[in-house]
Design a protein around this ligand. Structure first.
Ligand SMILES: *Cc1c(COP(=O)(O)O)cnc(C)c1O
Length: 457
């Protein structure tokens, strides 16, 4: 297809920008299962969540019915610093693949945090400030969420304490320095600062940490420090709500050129970028107006959708958080240390889990050497150095485009390019040096990990 059938980058004007977030739950017949109190087994009430989360965010978390949440002006203004993000027609990738498919990607890496996470970070920091809090605590894995949150907190004048998964803290010292530039206090997890950190270190000396463990530490600090609450960068309903900005912009950009996607692809860690990207498209699918295929891509080393079980589980290793019903590998699951590609969370958004369970969404897994091959191929033709997480989506977009080459179908493929990979160069180095390995857990390992799920009727 000739260059400039549509612009290489499709932008929206300020007027065309979405002014409200879309709540996908409002379109679901079967709502995602509620969070449960681990003590009573009953759905968590707002007042039980209040010591942990900000009030306004709890309302968003528990609201399955409101369709649109107006975006407060302060957040709309902040969004203007880096949004709209471009929807890019991947002409050069199409050419390189020799495919009749039309490939588009929504690029969320155009901000200093380098990922889509800023979309929710700014919302969460705003509501914390509005509530009069002093600060927030959080965990970060690869560091994108911590960076995004520290940017948002410095903008609103909030203190920010970040518990960073130890393996990333050590492998990504530059991330840490970006967070410190924005004023955040960064601690490697597990740490000796918290009771749960000390316990985990005693049980697993030398552990490289996990997101689940860092979450437990951040929650402990939030609930034991006056004026602090905990915020989370993925998994929760509220985060998918904020990330709907990605999908709404994508929908508006496609509509400008009368483009209807056949396949939408996104990488899935906790599910926030994918849940956000697909929100309006899944709504149409749920309402019978569209038969778009939606594909979640996860790492073969942390395959919650493709090999996990759909059950209530703890959101964190320390088992201090509410129970969520989700596709999970068990809250003790820790991906092999050679896993460099992010997307390390043991569970998956309850919204996406329910949609996947009902068959509205597909899921595939990819091994990391294939993911980095796709990343390199993409970087060389489209110019952007992709994050390893995003490259899971690239890998499957390329696979689907190559299938179109075989069948001669000119399908329209849209994928989420969630971020850039400048802080992942140790992983790129391992890939280039040929020392990157793939690790696929055995059925026994997964069975052992899911055997620790809490008993919930
Ligand atoms: C955090 C992150 C992801 C995965 O998180 P989700 O909540 O599943 O979206 C994907 N890509 C990048 C660049 C990230 O920073």
């Amino acid at each position: 297809m000739s260059i400039n059938e549509v612009p290489y980058k499709i932008y929206l004007t300020e007027e065309e920008m979405p002014k409200a977030w879309y709540n996908l739950r409002s379109a679901m017949k079967t709502k995602p299962a509620p969070l449960l109190n681990p003590g009573t087994g009953q759905p968590m009430k707002a007042e039980e969540l209040a010591p942990v989360f900000c009030e306004e965010l709890i309302k968003q978390e528990l609201d399955n019915d409101t369709e649109y949440f107006p975006i407060p002006d302060e957040i709309l203004s902040f969004y203007k610093m880096y949004r709209p993000s471009p929807l890019v027609r991947a002409y050069f990738l199409e050419q390189a693949l020799g495919t009749p498919a039309k490939i588009y990607y929504k690029f969320e890496g155009n901000n200093t945090s380098g990922s889509h996470k800023l979309n929710s970070a700014v919302a969460q920091a705003y509501y914390a400030k509005k509530q009069g809090l002093k600060g927030v605590t959080t965990e970060t894995g690869a560091g994108q969420w911590g960076t995004a949150l520290s940017m948002a907190c410095s903008f609103f004048g909030l203190d920010c304490k970040v518990y960073m998964v130890k393996v990333s803290y050590e492998q990504k010292p530059f991330r840490r320095e970006v967070m410190r530039t924005y004023g955040a206090d960064v601690t490697p997890s597990p740490s000796m600062n918290t009771a749960i950190g000390r316990k985990i270190l005693e049980m697993h000396p030398g552990t490289t940490g996990s997101l689940g463990c860092a979450i437990s530490e951040a929650v402990e600090v939030a609930t034991s420090t006056p004026g602090y609450r905990y915020v989370l960068g993925s998994v929760l309903n509220q985060v998918l709500l904020h990330q709907s900005i990605i999908g709404l912009e994508t929908e508006a950009a496609l509509k400008k050129y009368n483009i209807t996607p056949d396949i939408i692809i996104g990488c899935a860690g906790g599910g926030s970028n994918l849940g956000g990207l697909i929100a309006p498209f899944m709504r149409d699918k749920l309402q019978g107006k569209s038969d778009v295929r939606i594909i979640a891509v996860e790492p073969a080393s942390c395959p919650s959708l493709t090999r996990g079980v759909y059950a209530y589980d703890f959101c964190d290793t320390g088992m201090v958080c509410p129970l969520a019903k989700m596709y999970t590998l068990g809250s003790n699951y820790i991906p092999a240390p050679n896993h460099a590609g992010g997307l390390r969370y043991h569970g998956m958004s309850s919204i996406l889990s329910e949609l996947y369970d009902e068959g509205y969404m597909e899921a595939v897994s990819a091994v990391q050497t294939d993911v980095f091959k796709a990343a390199e191929q993409f970087a060389r033709v489209e110019g952007i150095l992709p994050a390893p997480e995003s490259s899971h989506a690239i890998k499957v977009a390329i696979d689907e485009a190559l299938k179109c080459k075989e069948t001669g179908e000119a399908k329209t493929i849209v994928f989420g390019l969630t971020g850039t990979g400048y802080f992942d160069l140790v992983a790129y180095q391992n890939f280039h040096d040929g020392v990157m390995t793939d690790y696929i857990p055995t059925d026994e390992e997964i069975a052992a990990s899911v055997s620790t799920l809490p008993a919930v009727k």
